[in-house]
Design a protein around this ligand. Structure first.
Ligand SMILES: Nc1ncnc2c1ncn2[C@@H]1O[C@H](COP(=O)(O)OP(=O)(O)OP(=O)(O)O)[C@@H](O)[C@H]1O
Ligand SMILES: [Mg+2]
Length: 351
């Protein structure tokens, strides 16, 4: 995919900005706090309708007042968003989209942001979010089933709080449906991780990376899940919460068979998460037959020269990439200076 034009109005530190970008690798360079990450955030927002660093739209509005607008041309298609606190107006080629779900998935962006270095140190929730978000993009059926699952878990938790014995029968119905959905969700998640693992192997031969899905259930069948749910029922009833299920599952990354969180240095963890993201980009590319736009915030700062070169070679395979950084780099890229709320092309990529 190719983001040709980006206009931002009243977004973060930008009152008004209108930029044209090149295909290939675009490098945004400038001092701390000039608004490089803000630009990547705008591109991310176009794809995800949320930011990667704040869960409130309000924080994205210039000086937190009024509304912000994003306008862009991606692959010749016109995307326009107007966002106020608690309100989003979405347009594609002049047609209004009332449902976020119909808008999402049109512009595909894969991001790497410094915060994600801690993916394998953070709580399982972040890792589940990683799988669920990315898998939902390439598989709508997965998204639908996951939404039903989450709704049912909520209902089950409500039910656990009541003491009406006549409602006990409902557990059977809910658990049956939950078990069925979970066999599907686990199979999809495992398949997704094994595809990612395969892609990581293709782009990295420096060390062996493996991904392992950790579930509450080993031998995944509907019957086994139902059995487990029966087993934990007294405990669940007492705690008034569903203690097992795919909403509690997790995955781990191993480097040469050692769990990454207990072993790798900061730079290595950063590199491994980056490899995972690049493997994901490759997977999306295979699935949707289009290159996702890749945005990398401050990616070079902790990479040694050899790995920097390696990452650069991988990125060259994509239609369009955005990288931010504070220092001039000697790699061949289109370079944009970011300063005083302006973005100026100062060097074209040679190719
Ligand atoms: N809602 C907002 N309204 C106005 N300005 C904002 C808003 N939110 C953030 N900013 C400004 O944006 C700046 C941060 O921009 P950004 O994170 O893009 O910097 P950066 O160029 O990526 O810097 P670094 O090199 O440190 O990563 C903050 O210093 C702040 O002044
Ligand atoms: Mg930044």
């Amino acid at each position: 995919m190719y983001l040709e034009r980006l206009a931002v109005i009243n977004f973060r530190n930008y009152k008004q900005l209108d930029v044209k970008f090149n295909k290939g690798i675009n490098y945004l360079v400038g001092k701390n706090g000039v608004g490089k990450t803000n630009l990547l955030e705008a591109i991310y927002y176009l794809s995800n309708l949320e930011s990667f660093r704040s869960n409130e739209d309000k924080n994205l509005i210039n000086e937190f007042k009024g509304q912000f607008r994003l306008e862009s041309i991606v692959d010749g298609i016109d995307y326009r968003l107007t966002i106020a606190n608690g309100f989003k107006e979405l347009q594609i080629d002049g047609i209004e989209y009332k449902k976020y779900r119909e808008y999402l998935g049109n512009v595909n962006v894969i991001e790497f942001i410094p915060m994600q270095v801690y993916l394998f140190k953070d709580s399982p929730k972040d890792r589940r979010k990683f799988i669920d978000k990315e898998l939902s993009k390439i598989d709508k059926e997965y998204l639908e089933k996951l939404l039903v699952y989450n709704k049912l878990i909520k209902q089950r938790n409500e039910l656990l709080k009541t003491s009406d014995t006549y409602k006990e029968k409902l557990f059977e119905v809910i658990d049956e449906k939950l078990a069925e959905l979970q066999t599907y969700v686990i199979a999809k998640r495992k398949e997704f991780l094994s595809e990612l693992e395969k892609n990581v192997k293709e782009i990295n031969n420096e060390f062996e990376i493996t991904l392992k899905y950790n579930s509450f259930i080993q031998d995944v069948t509907k019957e086994n899940i139902l059995k487990k749910y029966k087993e934990v029922y007294p405990k669940d009833k007492e705690k008034m919460v569903t203690s097992i299920g795919v909403h509690r599952d997790d995955f781990t990354m191993y480097i040469n068979n050692i769990e990454i969180a207990n072993y790798a240095s900061q730079g290595e963890q950063r590199y491994c998460v980056l490899l995972l993201k690049l493997a994901l980009a490759k997977l999306i590319k295979e699935k949707i037959n289009k290159d996702p736009i890749i945005i990398l915030d401050d990616v070079f700062s902790e990479l040694d020269e050899t790995r920097k070169e390696k990452v650069y070679e991988i990125l060259k395979e994509y239609e369009q990439v955005f990288i931010s950084g504070c220092q001039n780099e000697s790699l061949d890229m289109s370079v944009y200076n970011v300063e005083n709320e302006k973005v100026k092309l100062v060097k074209e990529e040679l190719k």
